[in-house]
Design a protein around this ligand. Sequence first.
Ligand code: PLP
Length: 443
Amino acid sequence: MATVPMILPGQLAQSWIKRDHAHLSPSYSRAYPFVMDRGAGSEVWDVDGNRFIDMNAGIAVTSTGHSHPDVVQAIKDQVDRFLHMSGTDFYFDKMVLLAEKLNDIRPTKEEVYTFFTNSGAEAVEVAIKLARHHTGRQHFIGFLGGFHGRTMGALSFTASKAIYRKNFGPTMPGVLHIPYPNAYRPTLHSLPGEDYGDAVLDYLEHVIFAQMVSPNEVAGILIEPIQGEGGYVLPTPNFFPRLRELCTKHGIMLIADEVQSGMGRTGKWWAIENFGVEPDIITSAKGIASGMPLGAVIARKSVMNWRPGQQGSTFGGNPLSCAAGLATIDVIEREGLLQHTLDVGDYAMDVLNEMMQRHPTIGDVRGKGLMIGVEFVLDKAKKTVAHDHAENIVAKAFEKGALFLSCGKSSIRMSPALNISRHLMDEALAIFEDAITEAEAEL
Ligand code: PLP
């Protein structure tokens, strides 16, 4: 059972928060006053001894749970051998082994090469450069609601909240945004019965390609197979097959940003596999090493055709991170976590769909595997955005012993570790419903 804390934050947490605010960048946007002391699997404890169920996994990062013993052991073994030997200039076993493993689990028929980075944003930067290098073209298409990181190139694609760009422009030129195929909140008009993805791609072909940029000047289309920060939004069924066709027809790189959706989160290694198409370039990070900093750009061998010196990184593919990455993939395979993710995810979706019938403010429940979004509205028919209400639910759930995070305009995301037990999922969902009931009473 969750320890129900008397007052949050407790005394120790309050003191750390005060010191944090005195010395850390004010740009950090903490959702609630959780000060971590330790974690095990999907449970975490704060510095005052309060226990919480972690439904975020460090924002979809600790894919095998907090401090999985096998991941910890792999890191310890590597610590005893050596900490660093820049993969840009030297060779070492773990980097090769992990690249071989990523080739084994690739979502493409063609074999892949991997370039390792330290983070998701860095992987996106590398993917942008690779697409330009391979095609010799300059322009890109991104999606409204997309999140790809905050470095200048990645930021030029990020379009989920205006605050992320405020006062930082101009960003990298050459990126045009089109709506994401979000059927719940369509930006474009579509005909009754039409797949909304077709409306989006008609707009791309007949407006953007006809009036803004010729397709043969476009290097890449960068897309999250399932939008993360933008609201845990799934594309409509026709969208990816037709997008793939368009990319192939015009020689455009289809870049799947799998930083949040990949590494088994949807019950498949890569979320794009759910939509039956192959990407040309994949970006990965977050869950790839269960919490150690690691990113990867994985591309078809014929696409990653640059030369020595054209891309490098001192720390990218650090031996400890690669050891954690290898252990992560091993745990996911050995413990059957792809299937478990589907089983617990489907179960949670059933519970949430029932919850939606009982609650006037749950507008939509969507997801694949353990990438689940619940969108809150003030009026189901009008789909009125309920931002403050969603934040209130997150705050109340925290007070009751479960960590959730919002996303999009008024959604709450669930991205727990892939090995969360059904028992903990039940406990978290019960807390979630209690929080909703209380927040609805305050409307
Ligand atoms: N791409 C996606 C889809 C993300 O969700 C994120 C982070 O949330 C990033 C890129 C950026 O990753 P990082 O924060 O590791 O730079």
